[in-house]
Design a protein around this ligand. Structure first.
Ligand SMILES: *Cc1c(COP(=O)(O)O)cnc(C)c1O
Length: 421
């Protein structure tokens, strides 16, 4: 039996309806911006394997550091113990996080980073003796698949069977520059009820909503308003973090900084699963007490795994290097040139870009959604490019180290795909 057949025997894949899904593609190797399947075919990884492998796959700068850490300390309990990889990584992360972020709490993935953020926001008020248990979030937000994260997510395909069991969340539209005043007044009305604990948002770019982008000024006003009313602001930077928007974090584009930030994708340079929920001293201080029960009783077995911390430290060093900054500028400028070229195409309805994130909305009817997605996906793969179109949106979020030639191939294949619509 080949790998495709053996896969079907025991494996249950994420986000998959197995009855209608075809065979899974065995991937044997990855290097830089390239993936290789078991037949030796190569594919350009146009979405950095879900926005994680930003410095390239199997980057030796990262893998060497993890390999040497592996000889020293593999894993240890992070309650009662600490270790140098976590401490050094925390110091490096502090250099690039907004100044108000002062404490780092570890977990394993983006969903748990948000879960922790949500629980911190709720317990912050509980510890202060206030009964606030409602959260505010954007329509079409995506924050992960655990219950708290799922509650704040607004994409119904994920939530259907669990809707009755979720935390109470009120939804507001993302500000688009035209509706800012209306959104702010909705927020005002919700907060006036006195039971809002926190506001959870993907800053500037809603990834799973197909890279939907919103207005920075409008978001800034919402955050400022929350701060005035002691509503805890939780920026889910799981997708936007670590340089993708052209700044270290999307929150760097904004004047008002969040109380809490959720980080995961790209944190460990795509090598190992780890997440961090960072917070300001205002949040931390609400848990700092002589009373044991005011502490944050949440903990994951693999918190601050030393290998993941070593990978993260190496990744942050790369992100700060002139070479990587140059790469980010290069990819950003390249997207801008492609955009000028493709924007007028009759099959293109609109385009948008922030940093290395670039999206095209297609001028096609949404009814043929399911088919269209598969048709485009297959066309890209047949032409050596891995992209995952969403609805009627095609987007690129390539590793920073993608070469000019590889990027050109991605653009050419996207342009060619407009002809098969
Ligand atoms: C991917 C993602 C998550 C969930 O992260 P997982 O590691 O898949 O659990 C949460 N929020 C945002 C914005 C994401 O893009």
């Amino acid at each position: 039996m080949n790998l495709r057949e053996r896969d079907k025997k025991h494996l249950w894949h994420p986000l998959t309806q197995h009855k209608t899904h075809g065979d899974m593609l065995p991937v044997a190797k990855a290097i830089g911006a390239l993936l290789f399947d078991d037949q030796g075919n190569e594919y350009i990884d146009g979405i950095a394997s879900w926005y994680v492998a930003m410095y390239g796959h199997c980057n030796p700068y990262i893998t060497d550091r993890v390999a040497s850490q592996m000889q020293q300390l593999d894993q240890v309990v992070f309650s009662g113990f600490t270790h140098e990889p976590a401490i050094r990584m925390s110091e490096a992360l502090m250099e690039i996080l907004p100044d108000n972020q002062q404490k780092l709490f570890f977990s394993d993935n983006g969903s748990t980073a948000v879960e922790v953020g949500v629980k911190m926001a709720l317990q912050y008020h509980f510890n202060k003796g206030e009964k606030r248990n409602v959260l505010i979030a954007f329509e079409e937000g995506f924050h992960g698949d655990t219950f708290g994260a799922m509650s704040v997510s607004g994409l119904s395909i994920y939530n259907g069977p669990f809707e009755d069991l979720l935390i109470q969340v009120e939804r507001i539209p993302a500000p688009d520059g035209n509706n800012n005043e209306g959104v702010l007044s909705q927020l005002n009305n919700l907060i006036a009820k006195g039971n809002v604990a926190g506001f959870v948002y993907e800053p500037l770019v809603q990834g799973a909503a197909a890279m939907k982008m919103h207005d920075a000024e409008g978001l800034d006003e919402l955050i400022a308003f929350c701060h005035e009313h002691d509503v805890v602001t939780v920026a889910d930077e799981v997708m936007t973090g670590f340089g993708k928007t052209g700044e270290y974090f999307a929150s760097d584009h904004l004047e008002h900084k969040p109380d809490i930030m959720c980080l995961s994708k790209a944190l460990t340079a795509g090598l190992l699963p780890m997440a961090i929920t960072s917070c300001s001293l205002k949040i931390f201080d609400a848990f700092y007490s002589d009373e044991l029960s005011k502490g944050f009783f949440h903990g994951h077995t693999y918190s601050a795994n030393p290998l993941a911390c070593a990978a993260a430290l190496a990744g942050i060093e790369l992100l700060q290097s002139e070479e990587m900054k140059h790469n980010i500028h290069r990819v950003t400028a390249s997207h801008q040139r492609f955009d000028k070229h493709i924007r007028q195409h009759p099959k293109v309805a609109s385009t948008r870009q922030l940093g290395v994130i670039y999206a095209i909305d297609l001028n096609v009817e949404m009814q043929r959604y399911g088919n269209l997605r598969d048709k485009l996906f297959n066309f890209y793969m047949e032409n050596g490019v891995f992209l995952r179109p969403l609805g009627n949106t095609i987007y690129i979020l390539p590793p920073y180290v993608i070469t000019g030639q590889q990027l050109q191939q991605v653009y050419e294949v996207i342009e060619a795909s407009l002809e098969i619509l």
